[in-house]
Design a protein around this ligand. Structure first.
Ligand code: DON
Length: 309
């Protein structure tokens, strides 16, 4: 850990400067119409250390939807509400070489919790009286982990995706036909899309990462929000499956357990040290932020964040 904040700030500023060579590379997601309306050059970096330090750069007040980063929260909820055996009887733990919304890696069960089929399945494992109650429990977990009540559903994103989500609808019905869940497929789909549409900013997301980095315990050490066992499962799945079909390459080059979303955010967890969020909406062909991926690579090198070194 850096005692000299000034030194840390200088290293981070240098890393951001280096990442400017990636500005303009990649495209914003357009298959969810509302995501096409963002400024592609938005940029934010937030780092929260496990001792409560907050480092903010760029548009850290800009709110974006969690998209696939909500898959981390759905997995946490599924593991809180069920024992791990029940969850992993329905979902595998292996990376997929196919796109996040491919139906190929489902076969008997989704290959991991972070492809769409896996997250539709974890959504089906969240308890509650009805979909609204299940969603309220989920967003309240996001608020708790982010230490902020100022986190809401982005209605426009939710409605926009609901109109264009036939691939996820097909996946939900397929999973139901396989007996992975017995609830109404439309309701599970609705919950999954709501979870993806939770809006927050980069500092709130980095705080969620810091709780995971802190073993599930709040930064003031007063409360265990998630058990160590769940944290261990979630971080290891982020490491092996968090960046879709690029997960292996990313782990090799960056070495930080991470999860991306098509809004352009990446959440990184450096166990025992930092939660990191980079937000930059232009994506590569796998749906991972181009500048975000490269900035995390630079930061990992300059700050010695690779978990294997
Ligand atoms: O289901 C979808 O396609 C989106 N709601 C989430 C996909 C996503 O974020 C993939 N991430 N890189």
């Amino acid at each position: 850990m850096y005692k000299e904040n000034q030194e840390l700030l200088e290293i981070i500023n240098r890393a951001i400067k280096k990442s400017e060579s990636y500005i303009g590379r990649g495209e914003v997601a357009t298959y969810i119409p509302e995501l096409a309306n963002v400024n592609p050059e938005n940029f934010a970096l937030s780092i929260v250390s496990v001792d409560g330090g907050l480092y903010e750069f760029g548009d850290t007040d800009t709110v974006f939807s969690m998209q696939s980063i909500s898959k981390v929260i759905s997995l946490i909820m599924a593991l809180k509400d069920n024992d791990a055996d029940t969850v992993f009887k329905k979902i595998g733990t292996e990376a997929s070489k196919y796109k996040f919304n491919s139906v190929i890696p489902i076969d008997d069960k989704p290959s991991n919790p972070f492809i769409n089929a896996g997250a539709i399945t974890t959504s089906s494992l969240i308890r509650g009286d009805d979909i609204i109650d299940k969603f309220d429990r989920t967003i309240n977990m996001v608020r708790k982990l982010a230490n902020s009540n100022d986190i809401r559903l982005i209605e426009e994103v939710y409605l926009s995706e609901m109109q264009t989500t036939d691939i996820n609808r097909a996946i939900a019905y397929y999973l139901k036909s396989k007996g992975i869940f017995t609830d109404d497929a439309e309701k599970i789909l609705d919950l999954y899309i709501r979870n993806c549409s939770i809006g927050l900013n980069s500092s709130q997301l980095a705080h969620i990462g810091a709780i995971l980095a802190n073993g599930g315990v709040s930064i003031d050490q007063s409360e265990e929000i998630i058990s160590k066992e769940i944290v261990k499962t979630v971080i290891s799945q982020m490491a092996s499956c968090g960046m879709y079909e690029k997960s292996g390459q990313y782990l090799l080059e960056v070495g930080i357990p991470s999860k991306s979303g098509v809004s352009g955010a990446i959440l990184g967890v450096v166990p025992g040290k930092y939660g990191i969020c980079v937000y930059s909406p232009r994506l590569d062909e796998s749906g991972n932020s181009v500048r975000g991926t490269n900035l995390l690579k630079i930061l990992s090198n300059e700050l010695d964040l690779n978990i294997f070194l």
